[in-house]
Design a protein around this ligand. Structure first.
Ligand code: G1P
Length: 299
């Protein structure tokens, strides 16, 4: 059993964002604004607020604006200070005071498993988290902390699962699980990456939060290309789920809280509207407008 605190988070951001072309022709998809912050900032804030100030982003071409975003911009800060716009100044500073962010290029775009393997040297021999940028978990939830606890208790690797409609399962990794009596986590027996609906072992979908035992690195080294010709993290976790010994075993936390998907256009629009409508400054007017808008659209 290992109970070292998890203080490193790996965030793979090398994806091309083809679903959002042409918006993502010259801009990373992670920089798309969700209300007034880029999507990636929510993810970094979640890691930091879950006790992981050491962040490694696995980046690629076209991603330089991510580094710029988390860096200081003295000129903007000075301008806001001169104007006495202290609220905005605080917000601008906050985005460059989020832990210590490291950047490493993925090199070859060989899939999520490959991106995670690139983190090996930085992470070393300790459990670590992986956060995927398409999933936003509401700041009021404590999913990642719960997963860290389960990792410490089980000594294995931990994934986050949600229940989806059966016809949606082919967009996700899918888990076959067993209930663990008296525990708030489940045991993962089997994982399949993006199965067809009629071949899926369940309707439990893997979402983009993982707390992994470093044993995953050795497994990833040996994992060949899987679905889509890419090295899949799901396949490496399937190997760990079936293995025995130090670092083996995969466990799942079934999440029923607030989550926003920014990975495709429709979900992204829903995420923006949901988060904006909950904001004190924008919510009341936006909700009023939405009511009129839907009434007009129905008429
Ligand atoms: C990745 C994983 C998949 C998981 C999903 C969650 O897929 O491979 O198992 O369900 O993230 O967002 P991607 O969405 O990157 O294709």
């Amino acid at each position: 059993m290992t109970s070292r605190p998890v203080n490193k988070a790996v965030i793979p951001v090398a994806g091309l964002g083809t679903r959002f072309l042409p918006a993502t022709k010259a801009m990373p998809k992670e920089m798309l604004p969700v209300v007034d912050k880029p999507a990636i900032q929510y993810v970094v804030e979640e890691a930091v607020n879950s006790g992981m100030p050491d962040i490694l982003m696995i980046t690629g071409r076209n991603k330089r604006s991510l580094e710029d975003h988390f860096d200081r911009v003295p000129f903007i800060e000075q301008t806001l200070e001169n104007k006495g716009d202290l609220d905005k100044l605080a917000m601008v500073r906050a985005s460059s005071d989020l832990g210590e962010i490291h950047y490493l290029r993925q090199g070859d775009p060989k899939g999520l498993g490959h991106a995670v393997l690139r983190a090996r040297q930085h992470v070393g021999n300790e459990p670590f988290a992986v956060l995927l940028g398409d999933d936003l978990i509401d700041a009021r939830e404590d999913l990642l902390e719960r997963m860290v606890e389960v990792q410490a208790r089980t000594g294995g690797s931990v994934i986050a699962l949600i229940e989806v409609d059966p016809e949606q399962i082919s967009s996700y990794g899918c888990a076959d699980i067993s209930v663990v009596e008296g525990e708030d986590y489940v045991r993962v027996n089997k994982l399949v990456e993006k199965p067809a609906a009629d071949e899926a072992p369940s309707n439990l979908a893997v979402i983009g939060r993982y707390v992994l035992h470093p044993a995953v690195f050795d497994v990833l080294e040996e994992t060949g290309p899987g679905r889509g010709g890419e090295i899949q993290l799901t396949d490496a976790l399937q190997t760990l789920a079936a293995a025995e010994g130090e670092g083996a075993g995969v466990y799942g936390v079934v999440f029923r809280g607030r989550r926003y998907d920014t990975g495709d256009k429709l979900s992204y629009l829903k995420a923006v509207v949901t988060l904006a409508s909950e904001r004190e400054d924008l919510g009341p007017e936006l909700r009023e407008w939405l009511k009129d808008f839907t009434a007009d659209a129905e008429a």
